[in-house]
Design a protein around this ligand. Structure first.
Ligand code: THU
Length: 146
């Protein structure tokens, strides 16, 4: 991802955070996903009174992008913190979101943790989810079964 793409993605994640629905945790998260076609899809966390159905910002963005026909991604930016405040620190993606991303993205997916428009930290999915179980893992099982 270029520096310009990173800045665009960071701004979009911070903006998407404004739409978070987090009345239970008061922890709001925004995510922005950059597809290989250059398009951007945003998401926010959406909580639920039953707690379990809560969806994280990253999965909201991913599922929305897939629903729009996108399946190839370059990078995702994430910004999270206490509701009504600027993020105090970097908000790493939860394990479920790492796994959801691994369904569509390889270890080279760039994960930009955003604290402000100027402060971000770059990671990769391979770094945050080593030895991932992916569609390739299942395909290997099929070969052995033949
Ligand atoms: N959350 C996210 O949206 N993304 C993450 O990767 C971490 C957690 C949300 C879920 C819940 O609504 C709130 O943050 C507190 O866990």
């Amino acid at each position: 991802m270029t520096g310009e793409e990173a800045r665009r993605l960071a701004r979009a994640a911070l903006r998407a955070r404004d739409n978070a629905y987090a009345p239970y945790s008061r922890w709001t998260v925004g995510a922005a996903l950059l597809a290989k076609d250059g398009s951007l899809t945003v998401g926010c966390n959406i909580e639920n009174a039953a707690y379990g159905p809560t969806n994280c910002a990253e999965r909201t963005a991913l599922f929305s992008a897939v629903a729009q026909g996108k399946r190839r991604f370059l990078a995702v930016a994430i910004a999270g913190g206490r509701e009504g405040e600027q993020p105090r620190d970097f908000c790493p993606p939860c394990g479920v979101c790492r796994q959801a991303l691994a369904e569509f993205c390889g270890p080279e997916l760039e994960i930009l943790l955003v604290r402000s428009a100027e402060e971000a930290e770059l990671h990769t999915l391979g770094e945050l989810l080593p030895l991932a179980f992916t569609p390739a893992s299942l395909a290997q099982g099929e070969e052995e079964a033949l």
